[in-house]
Design a protein around this ligand. Structure first.
Ligand SMILES: *Cc1c(COP(=O)(O)O)cnc(C)c1O
Length: 490
C-alpha cells in the first residue's frame, strides 16, 4: 500500500514514512492509494465477526501497513489490554439504550476516558516500528494541537517512552476544566503542554504552520529531532479507528442478533472529521453500512456542507458544552474529498485558504449532515438518564442528530451512536442537564455531585485529579508557539 498527498504530486510514501512524517507534501495529508476490501470474495464477514478486539485490529490494519510483520502488528494491538489499559474487557463495548434500534459504542474505556485512547494507545508502538523501517535514528518530537482530548491522550501514552518527546498546545479557554487539569498535571520528563490564547482552529493552524516551516524543521533535525504529528492528520491515528466500526458490527451480530450482512447506520459526533472518516473507510472496506450521520453542534459547518455542498468557515464561532467539536476547519474532510474528487482537492483547499469557503458539487448521499443545539444536547442527556443511561455532551449531540435523522428520513436501520467521552469529563454540564439546576460546585466537585446524583462511580483515572500538582503552566499567543518550541528543544 502506497500513500499519496491529498494535494497532488506523484511522490508515493510507504506506510511507515506516512506514519513517521505525519503530514504530506504541500501541506496535504497522506491518503492510501486505495481502500482495501476486508470482506472475502463472497462478501462474507465471518472471519471478522469471530475475532476478539486485538485479532480484529491486526486484520483490519494489515492491508494498510505493508511492510509490517504479523508480530509487529500484534505488538501494536497489544495496547488493547484489559486491566492496565482499558477498564472494560470488551475494550469498546456496545450498549443498547434510547430505543430498541439504538445502540451506543462506548469508546471511552481507555486511560484518558475519551475515544482518542483507541488510536493513541497504539501510536507509540506503531511509530517506533515505523521509524525503524524508515531508518530514522533521531528522536521523534510529536507536536499536537488539541480541542481537549487528543492532547491528554497523546501526553499520557507517549510519557517517558524512549525516543519520543511530546508537546501539546490547547486553547486556554476552549477546553473543559477537567480536560485542562488532565493536561497541566501530566507527568513524564518528555512531556510539555501549553495553553494558547485562541481557539482550537488557531492551535491547529499554528501547529500546521510549524510542520511546513522548513527552517524550523531543519533546525530541529540538526538538534536531533524529527517532527511529527499525533493529530488525526496522521494516518497512524486513522487506521486504528477503523477497527471499532467492525467491532461494533460484530457485537451487533454476536450480542444483539443482527443478521450478518444486514446494514446499520452510525451517527458520529464530529469535529475534525477523523472519527467519521474512519467509519467511511470501514464502509468502503465492505462493512454493511447504510448511512453515516455526521453530527455537529452549533458550529455546524460540516452539517451545512453535507446539505448544500458549500463549506464556509466565515461564521461566528461558538463555545459549547461539547468543546471537542468546537471546530470550523475540519482537517480530515480533505481526505474524504480526495477519495471523491482526487486532484481537484488542491483547488478546493486553496479556495478555503483564500476566501474561507469552497463549493463541491460531487457529494453522494453516503453521509448525512445534522446538528444539535445546546438545548437539544442538554435535553438528550436528561432523556437518556431518565432511561438509566448516562451520556456525555458530545455523545448527546450525536444522539440528538440521530433522532432528527430518523424523524426526517424514517430510515429504520439499526443505529449506532458513537459515544466518544466519559460523562465525568464534562461533569458540570452533565449535572446541569440531569438536575436542571446550575451547580455551585467547581468542575471537580461536580464529579462527586454527578456520582451522587446518578449512583455511578467517578472513573479511577479522574480520582484525585483536583489535588494533583500542576506541572505545565505555560500560556502563550499563537505567534509565540514556534519560539516556545525553539527554546525548549534547540
Ligand atoms: C475529538 C472528539 C470528537 C471529534 O472527533 P473528530 O475525529 O475530531 O471528528 C468528538 N467527541 C469527543 C469527546 C472528542 O474528544
Amino acid at each position: 500500500m502506497r500513500y499519496f498527498s491529498t494535494r497532488g504530486g506523484t511522490d508515493a510514501a510507504t506506510a511507515s514514512e506516512a506514519v513517521v512524517s505525519g503530514i504530506a507534501g504541500g501541506g496535504g495529508l497522506f491518503a492510501p492509494e486505495t481502500i482495501p476490501l476486508a470482506v472475502d470474495s463472497s462478501g462474507s464477514l465471518n472471519g471478522l465477526i469471530a475475532s476478539d478486539y486485538r485479532e480484529l485490529a491486526v486484520k483490519i490494519m494489515r492491508p494498510y501497513l505493508s511492510g509490517f510483520t504479523g508480530a509487529e502488528l500484534a505488538e501494536c494491538a497489544a495496547a488493547y489490554s484489559y486491566g492496565d489499559g482499558f477498564d472494560d474487557p470488551d475494550i469498546a463495548p456496545l450498549v443498547r439504550a434510547g430505543g430498541s434500534d439504538c445502540f451506543f459504542l462506548e469508546l471511552f474505556h481507555g486511560k484518558t476516558l475519551a475515544f482518542k485512547d483507541m488510536a493513541l494507545s497504539m501510536l507509540p508502538a506503531l511509530m517506533r516500528i515505523a521509524a525503524g523501517k524508515t531508518g530514522r535514528e533521531n528522536k521523534i518530537l510529536i507536536l499536537a494541537a488539541t480541542s481537549g482530548d487528543t492532547g491528554k491522550a497523546a501526553l499520557e501514552y507517549f510519557a517517558d517512552k524512549a525516543g519520543f518527546e511530546i508537546a501539546v498546545f490547547f486553547p486556554e479557554d476552549g477546553v473543559s476544566a477537567i480536560q485542562k487539569k488532565q493536561m497541566t498535571t501530566q507527568r513524564g520528563g518528555n512531556t510539555f503542554a501549553a495553553g494558547i490564547k485562541g481557539n482550537f482552529d488557531d492551535a491547529q493552524n499554528g501547529v500546521k504552520q510549524m510542520f511546513v516551516n522548513e527552517r524550523l524543521r531543519n533546525d530541529l533535525l540538526s538538534a536531533g529531532y524529527e517532527l511529527t504529528s499525533a493529530n488525526s492528520i496522521n494516518v497512524g491515528r486513522l487506521l486504528p479507528q477503523i477497527v471499532y466500526y467492525f467491532y461494533a458490527y460484530s457485537q451487533m451480530v454476536n450480542k444483539f442478533g443482527l443478521r450478518a450482512g444486514d446494514k446499520i447506520n452510525f451517527t458520529v459526533p464530529t469535529g475534525n472529521f477523523g472519527n467519521i472518516l474512519a467509519a467511511y473507510y470501514a464502509k468502503k472496506m465492505g462493512l454493511p453500512v447504510n448511512r453515516l450521520v455526521c453530527a455537529s453542534n452549533v458550529n455546524n459547518v460540516l452539517c451545512e456542507f453535507f446539505n448544500t455542498g458549500v463549506y464556509d468557515r466565515n461564521r461566528e464561532f461558538y463555545r459549547t458544552a461539547s468543546p471537542s467539536m468546537d471546530i470550523l476547519i475540519s482537517s480530515n474532510l480533505e481526505r474524504f474529498l480526495y477519495h471523491l474528487a482526487g486532484s481537484r482537492v488542491a483547488g478546493l483547499m486553496a479556495a478555503l485558504k483564500e476566501s474561507g469557503s469552497f463549493r463541491y458539487g460531487g457529494l453522494t448521499d453516503e453521509i448525512a449532515g445534522y446538528y444539535a443545539t445546546e438545548e437539544e444536547t442538554m435535553s438528550g442527556i436528561k432523556q437518556m438518564w431518565d432511561e438509566g443511561y448516562l451520556i456525555d455532551t458530545h455523545t448527546s449531540v450525536a444522539y440528538g442528530c440521530y433522532k432528527k435523522y430518523t424523524a426526517e428520513t424514517r430510515d429504520a436501520s439499526p443505529n449506532v451512536v458513537v459515544a466518544t467521552a466519559s460523562p465525568y469529563k464534562f461533569a458540570k454540564d452533565v449535572c446541569f442537564a440531569i438536575s436542571g439546576e446550575e451547580t455551585e460546585a467547581d468542575a471537580f466537585a461536580a464529579m462527586d455531585e454527578l456520582s451522587r446524583l446518578t449512583g455511578t462511580p467517578v472513573p479511577k483515572a479522574l480520582n484525585g485529579l483536583a489535588g494533583m500538582e500542576e506541572r505545565h503552566a505555560t500560556v502563550c499567543g499563537t505567534d509565540e508557539m514556534e519560539d516556545i518550541l525553539r527554546r525548549r528543544y534547540l
